[in-house]
Design a protein around this ligand. Structure first.
Ligand SMILES: [Zn+2]
Ligand SMILES: [Zn+2]
Length: 470
């Protein structure tokens, strides 16, 4: 077609016509046979060069030129790569937004292909041989298909989407029921003990404390009940009293465990938190912070705990996730919290560090696994969520690798670090003024609803691995 235009131009040009001068003899059939070009190799002509048909992205000859609203043309794959990396629908040159989905400029494509068939053929082969470019082109085309159907690009596939939204609705209902159950089951009494001074405990509360030490305490409940042991009396009990009647705790390990717990409550003045709800009642802000921080950035959060909360939180966490081998031979597991203050062995450190670097969510799952007997459903929610988050992290890394953005990873990590730090700082600043009710909602939302949302995200990722944004 360009040949036609060129010929037309050459014929119309009045006097100084260099084209006709270059090869004036073989032009007998200009009018009779217009499509046949008299110039078999136009690229040899000084007036038409490859530069004039160069893409302003790759500065090579245009392949599948795609013209935008602004009039600029680019190779289609250059445009696809630009779109994929920037996620912007704008011209790479003048930054004007394009409307709809840009199409290949057929006229220009055919012209360039005829003028520079060799170069274009070579470039086409190169592009087809590059899997990364092919993938971007495919993703770009999918985006175009979705745009044509009027579906926003982040929406999941319709086919299976209906099924999954049904499952999600059902799961949401279950979560809401669990929440209502939890709220209505009144953990008030249990929460009270962690903030009520031991000296004011009633005999029932003392029994409740004893039960919490473990199933082995059922042997000794009866004497406590008969003696009407209240908090004040409990504080007076020592090794001698427990050995003799009426308590008769003859098992030395059991007696040691009870005494150790007694020491702890004497020290704290209240019952130490022994499950998630008690922990939350005592450390409302910290539990909310940990829940959100571990979810969005487990490595940074664990590092934070190591640096600023070593003995109270980090050590018990490490001992729970990577227990020392010697601990397994101990007769009473319930005395473990005290052993959590010993320094970890190098073997524990090695195991912890490997998991920390490769699968940090796995650590959280193992921690929750340890609490399965105490929190049947909550632990399961946490474990499932940890697995989903691991999958999502894997997807993100896979996308980085696929888009060859692994080199920019350190920049993203740095940005992530600053974002997390500023969010943590903002939380510490505003935490005291947030109403308790809002905190509770956020806490339960992160605990029970976040896994459900993550199921949806994982399904989207697995169904559309290429088209998801970063
Ligand atoms: Zn290009
Ligand atoms: Zn432009």
């Amino acid at each position: 077609m360009i040949q036609q235009m060129k010929e037309g131009g050459a014929a119309a040009a009045p006097v100084p016509n260099p084209l006709s001068e270059v090869s004036s003899p073989p032009t007998p059939s200009v009018t009779s046979d217009p499509p046949r070009s008299p110039y078999p190799r136009p690229s040899a002509s000084p007036f038409i060069s490859e530069d004039q048909f160069a893409c302003h992205c790759c500065y090579d000859i245009l392949v599948n030129p795609t013209t935008l609203n602004c009039g600029h043309s680019f190779c289609r794959h250059c445009l696809a790569l630009w779109w994929e990396s920037s996620r912007k629908t704008e011209c790479p040159e003048c930054r004007e937004k394009w409307e709809g989905f840009p199409k290949v400029n057929i006229l220009l494509r055919d012209a360039v292909e005829r003028l520079f068939s060799e170069v274009v053929g070579r470039r086409r082969a190169e592009i087809q041989g590059n899997p990364k470019i092919s993938q971007s082109l495919l993703a770009f085309q999918r985006y175009g298909d979705q745009a044509a159907r009027g579906i926003p690009k982040t929406s999941p596939g319709r086919g299976a989407g209906g099924f999954f939204s049904g499952v999600l609705t059902a799961l949401t209902c279950v979560a809401v029921m669990l929440l209502v159950y939890h709220w209505s089951s009144g953990d008030g009494v249990h929460d009270l003990l962690v903030s009520k001074p031991v000296s004011k405990w009633t005999p029932e509360e003392v029994l409740f404390w004893l039960e919490h030490l473990g199933p082995w305490t059922s042997l000794y409940k009866e004497p406590f009940l008969q003696e009407n042991v209240n908090g004040r009396l409990l504080l007076m009990l020592g090794d001698e009293e427990l050995t003799r009647a009426p308590y008769n705790i003859d098992n030395q390990a059991h007696r040691r465990a009870v005494l150790a717990e007694l020491e702890r409550i004497k020290e704290l003045g209240v019952k130490p938190p022994q499950n998630l709800w008690e922990y939350k009642a005592v450390n409302a802000g910290k539990s909310l912070f940990l829940l959100y921080a571990l979810k969005s950035s487990p490595r940074l959060t664990i590092l934070y705990l190591y640096l600023f909360d070593y003995s109270e939180t980090f050590l018990p966490f490490l001992h729970t996730c990577c227990p020392a081998l010697s601990h397994t031979s101990e007769p009473i597991e319930d005395s473990l919290p005290l052993n959590h203050q010993v320094h970890p062995t190098w073997r524990q450190w090695a195991e912890f560090l490997v998991k920390y670097l490769l699968l940090p969510y796995q650590l959280i799952a193992e921690f929750a696994w340890d609490w399965l007997s105490v929190h049947y459903w909550t632990s399961r929610f946490i474990i499932v969520n940890a697995m989903l988050l691991s999958v999502l992290e894997g997807c993100v890394l896979w996308r980085f690798y696929n888009r060859a953005e692994i080199r920019s990873l350190h920049k993203k990590m740095w940005g992530h670090f600053w974002r997390m730090s500023s969010q943590g700082f903002a939380f510490a600043l505003f935490w005291p003024v947030i109403p308790q009710f809002v905190c509770n909602c956020l806490f339960y939302w992160a605990l029970y609803f976040n896994p459900i949302i993550n199921i949806d995200l994982v399904v989207q990722q697995l169904m559309h691995p290429d088209t998801q944004g970063p």
